[in-house]
Design a protein around this ligand. Sequence first.
Ligand SMILES: *[C@@H]1O[C@H](CO)[C@@H](O)[C@H](O)[C@H]1NC(C)=O
Ligand SMILES: *[C@@H]1O[C@H](CO)[C@@H](O)[C@H](O)[C@H]1NC(C)=O
Ligand SMILES: *[C@@H]1O[C@H](CO)[C@@H](O)[C@H](O)[C@H]1NC(C)=O
Ligand SMILES: *[C@@H]1O[C@H](CO)[C@@H](O)[C@H](O)[C@H]1NC(C)=O
Ligand SMILES: *[C@@H]1O[C@H](CO)[C@@H](O)[C@H](O)[C@H]1NC(C)=O
Ligand SMILES: [Cu+2]
Length: 179
Amino acid sequence: MFAKLAVFLLPAFVAGQAYGPPPGPAAPSTTSAAAAVIPSAPANSGNQININVGAGGAFIYSPANISAPVGSLVTFYFPGDIPHSVSQSTFANPCTYLAADPNNASAPVGFDSGLVTASTFTINVTDENPIWFHCRQLTHCGSGMVGSINAPLNGTNTYANFLAAAVALGGNAPNVSLG
Ligand SMILES: *[C@@H]1O[C@H](CO)[C@@H](O)[C@H](O)[C@H]1NC(C)=O
Ligand SMILES: *[C@@H]1O[C@H](CO)[C@@H](O)[C@H](O)[C@H]1NC(C)=O
Ligand SMILES: *[C@@H]1O[C@H](CO)[C@@H](O)[C@H](O)[C@H]1NC(C)=O
Ligand SMILES: *[C@@H]1O[C@H](CO)[C@@H](O)[C@H](O)[C@H]1NC(C)=O
Ligand SMILES: *[C@@H]1O[C@H](CO)[C@@H](O)[C@H](O)[C@H]1NC(C)=O
Ligand SMILES: [Cu+2]
């Protein structure tokens, strides 16, 4: 039931997401050439939820699995010096970027931070549907660098199953070049 529901809702939830550069004055600069790193994510406050990407050199999002009410802003901090990304995928294909469909201009296109360091990237949570994402740096997704927002807590489409599917791909996870 959960699998069918999530697949059915996918176009709607993708269309409902808004994402882009970090909003507001609190976000640190992403353009300083002198600073190779930025601070780790500050504590959550109000509707602002923060996630570290690759903190301490580990190939993980911390936390990797969150719930975020509609209206939340989820900001990813990239405090380390190894390039990582936050790239939207689907439950069915955890390590495959949800790229534009050249045959369907109205098909959903996933968010992608790019492979970056010393940066932040913010997603606006505009509906309750699950959001699945991965790191598209070579080998990272297949080693378990995936995350979810509002994943179902039970049934098939849980974060635990998403993570297990990514790890099962391992070295067979697709390598993409998005330029
Ligand atoms: C995300 O939400 C913030 C605060 O509500 C708003 O300032 C910003 O423009 C939104 N970003 C996008 C890409 O919709
Ligand atoms: C194109 O994508 C839209 C949005 O996901 C979908 O509703 C439509 O059925 C797709 N069209 C084709 C021909 O696949
Ligand atoms: C499954 O999770 C939903 C919330 O996501 C909850 O309402 C429901 O009671 C849970 N069912 C079981 C069997 O744990
Ligand atoms: C994911 O987060 C939910 C709470 O939002 C928690 O109940 C669940 O156990 C977590 N799953 C894993 C695999 O960490
Ligand atoms: C992706 O690249 C990594 C590192 O070069 C390699 O180990 C892996 O086999 C590649 N995966 C595929 C599916 O080509
Ligand atoms: Cu990574």
